[in-house]
Each structure stands twice: as structure tokens, then as C-alpha cells.
Design a protein around this ligand. Structure first.
Ligand SMILES: [Zn+2]
Length: 161
């Protein structure tokens, strides 16, 4: 059975992500809930983006830390993400909400680590947290009949002209 190396480099990497998320948490804008959350997202090519929760007096407009970090990575051109670390207030590590789990599935997140400020951690695969996600293939699959997705897009562009 093939195993991934669990050397100190890997542990250091997780510790670095937890530190980045914990720092981001301090920048949370959470005057209403007073529940500060920070997140760090690692892309498949190793870049790290952070985010914090941003609340609004109109409550539904608030954003979770995870989605802020993911959308920063996406707006920088990244489409393939690997790990999300969440650090929230409280002694028990808080797992991401359902909406964030769905957004993670969109960009292929594989691993989620929830940590408390005191250092307690829980590690889960996204599959464990979201068993049957609604994936992009569901909507993009219809283009398979006409060839590759890119070719389908090119055809649509031609039609528009
Ligand atoms: Zn969320």
C-alpha cells in the first residue's frame, strides 16, 4: 500500500496554515455575533490565501471566513484548491457551514482542518463533510455530447457573433 510521507515538512505545513488562519481570525469583522473566524486556503500549487468572517447589519449579507479566502484565491486565478483550515473562537474546533462545504466542493478541496485558538484540531476529508455534493460536472456535462467543454464554448461564441 502506498502511503504519503508524514515527515516534519508536512506537519510544519499544517502548522503554518493554522497560524495563518489564526492571524486572519484577528481581522474578523464580527460586531454582532462576536464569533471570530479565520481561514487559510492552500491551492494545489501551494499558494496560501486567508480570510476572515465579515458581518453586516443586514445579517444575511455576512460572509464566512472560508468563502472569503476561497474567493480571494479564485479571483487570483486559482481553480484547484487542496486544503482549508478554519480557526474559530471557542474550545471546540468549529467545522464549516453547509454553504462553505458546497463552495469547497466546487473547487476540489480535499481536506478540511478545524482548529481552536488553543490548538485543538479536527481533520476531515471534504467527502466526510459533504457526502454527495452538487458538482460542476452536473451542469457542464451537457457539453460532452458536442466534444470538449472548450470546443463547446468556442461554438457558443461563434453563434453569438
Ligand atoms: Zn460558512
Amino acid at each position: 500500500m502506498k502511503r504519503r510521507k508524514q515527515g516534519p515538512g508536512r506537519r510544519d505545513e499544517v502548522a503554518g496554515l493554522v497560524t495563518a488562519a489564526a492571524r486572519a481570525r484577528l481581522l474578523a469583522y464580527a460586531p454582532y455575533s462576536r464569533f471570530r473566524v479565520g481561514a487559510a486556503v492552500r491551492t494545489r500549487d501551494g499558494e496560501v490565501y486567508t480570510g476572515a468572517n465579515v458581518e453586516n447589519a443586514s445579517y444575511p449579507l455576512s460572509h464566512c471566513a472560508e468563502r472569503v479566502a476561497i474567493h480571494k484565491a479564485v479571483c487570483d486565478g486559482h481553480r484547484h484548491l487542496d486544503t482549508v483550515v478554519v480557526v474559530a473562537d471557542g474550545e471546540t474546533p468549529a467545522m464549516p457551514c453547509g454553504a462553505c462545504r458546497q463552495v469547497m466542493a466546487e473547487f476540489g478541496v480535499r481536506r478540511v482542518i478545524a482548529a481552536s485558538p488553543s490548538g485543538r484540531t479536527r481533520v476531515r476529508t471534504l467527502r466526510q463533510l459533504l457526502a454527495e455534493p452538487f458538482l460542476p460536472e452536473r451542469l457542464l456535462g451537457s457539453h460532452e455530447n458536442t466534444g470538449t467543454r472548450d470546443r463547446g464554448n468556442a461554438r457558443r461564441r461563434r453563434r453569438v457573433r
